[in-house]
Design a protein around this ligand. Structure first.
Ligand SMILES: NC(=O)c1ccc[n+]([C@@H]2O[C@H](COP(=O)([O-])OP(=O)(O)OC[C@H]3O[C@@H](n4cnc5c(N)ncnc54)[C@H](O)[C@@H]3O)[C@@H](O)[C@H]2O)c1
Length: 364
């Protein structure tokens, strides 16, 4: 479909970190920008409309798992496009709060689809914010060039400090090559969302686009949610003059992608009118960063003590997560603009402003 000035978009979970940034970028391109969000207390401590949500957004506070919420909303809102962001997002938390994650992520998605069926209106395009968590450990390559997917590291492997897969090197994930094999309940629910939407979309002739996001960071990310956001956690430790503890041997690797680049990717997929040659695309910076490199950059910024290896570990943690963004660049005509150094510096400026405001100290 063509996004015209009289079209309506519905963004579930649109009051969160990513949803607010997308609203700033795209709200002007739509006649109505409707947000359905429960203002989850783990994300929204004060339960208030976030300031970063674009002023034109119509915020409906409600839970995506509740069919009555959907029926009431769809009486007055017939979206042309849906961006589906609402989710429980705690990767480690999902291992002991599995039902809550499955309920919101899986059943929340099916409730949305059933509600479209009941309302008699279906959107032309649904965009899902999926996750690198669907890949688990992804693909690794041995010295003899054979490629394999090693699966999940076991608890006993962790206990003996065997962090890597011996004799092998990790490869960046790519939707067209890497078979999903999640190692967390969260990752499994994100994969279920993908499969449900693809099946439903094919049967109803609704275009489905899936963006698998790597680790998103930047201004607007939660400073209170201890279950997500390693970058914000590290920043607050270093700002407090503490040495950042590094899990395993500090060589856990992530692809850190700046929030503005992520919002640009959503803008590109929503405004594209061509048929999707690849419905699933990876959104990252395309650069692999170890948590040690990340922690040192942040420690240096605050002149905090250098990070230390704690050798602690978390079951289900993925050793290496980074992606190949060649397909996304080609299909979306999108290129990330922020390298980690610049992005981290911008995040620290924002964190300082936020915390000074919270402490009641006026910003210079
Ligand atoms: N931030 C990342 O690094 C990252 C990486 C990969 C994928 N994602 C995906 O992107 C999406 C958005 O993530 P985010 O970082 O903006 O998270 P966030 O927690 O900031 O935003 C999620 C929003 O969903 C809302 N929500 C939660 N449960 C709900 C429910 N039952 N009904 C209605 N609203 C509900 C929350 O109130 C919140 O505003 C999620 O689907 C997440 O899985 C995020």
């Amino acid at each position: 479909m063509t996004v015209s000035s009289n079209s309506t978009i519905l963004v579930t979970g649109g009051a969160g970190f990513i949803g607010c940034e997308i609203s700033q970028k795209l709200a002007g391109s739509f006649d109505r920008w409707v947000v359905l969000d429960s203002l989850h207390p783990q994300v929204h401590a004060e339960g208030k409309r976030p300031e970063r949500l674009h002023e034109s957004a119509e915020l409906h506070v409600g839970d995506v798992t509740d069919p009555r919420v959907w029926d009431e909303l769809l009486e007055s809102v017939q979206p042309d496009v849906v961006i589906h962001l609402a989710a429980e997002t705690g990767t480690a938390q999902s291992l002991y709060e599995a039902s809550r994650h499955a309920q919101v992520n899986v059943v929340g998605t099916t409730q949305m689809l059933d509600a479209f069926g009941r309302s008699g209106h279906q959107p032309a395009h649904i965009v899902l914010s999926s996750s690198r968590a669907v890949y688990g450990e992804g693909r690794w390559i041995r010295a003899d060039d054979t490629i394999f997917q090693p699966g999940q590291r076991t608890h006993s492997q962790f206990e003996t400090g065997q962090w890597d897969f011996p004799g092998a090197t990790a490869l960046p994930s790519r939707a067209s090559e890497t078979v999903p094999a999640p190692t967390s309940v969260y990752g499994s629910t994100k994969l279920a969302q993908e499969n449900i939407l693809l099946a439903w979309g094919a049967a109803h002739d609704v275009r489905i686009s899936i963006l698998r996001l790597q680790n998103v960071y930047g201004p607007g990310q939660s400073l209170i949610n201890s279950y997500t956001g390693i970058v914000s956690l590290f920043s607050q430790w270093a700002r407090g003059g503490k040495s950042i503890p590094l899990y395993e041997d500090g060589q856990i690797t992530r692809d850190l992608v700046y929030i503005e680049d992520v919002a640009e990717a959503f803008a590109a997929v929503v405004t594209r009118t061509e048929i999707d040659p690849l419905p699933i695309l990876d959104i990252g910076s395309g650069v692999a960063t170890t948590i040690e490199q990340l922690a040192r950059t942040i420690a240096d910024y605050y002149e905090a003590p250098q990070p230390h290896v704690s050798s602690a570990f978390r079951d289900g943690d993925v050793r290496f997560a980074a992606c190949n963004i060649d397909d996304s660049r080609r299909v979306l005509g999108w290129t990330p603009q922020w390298d980690v150094q610049r992005g981290l510096a911008a995040l620290q400026v924002w964190i300082n402003q936020e915390l000074l405001t919270a402490e009641g100290i006026p910003n210079e």
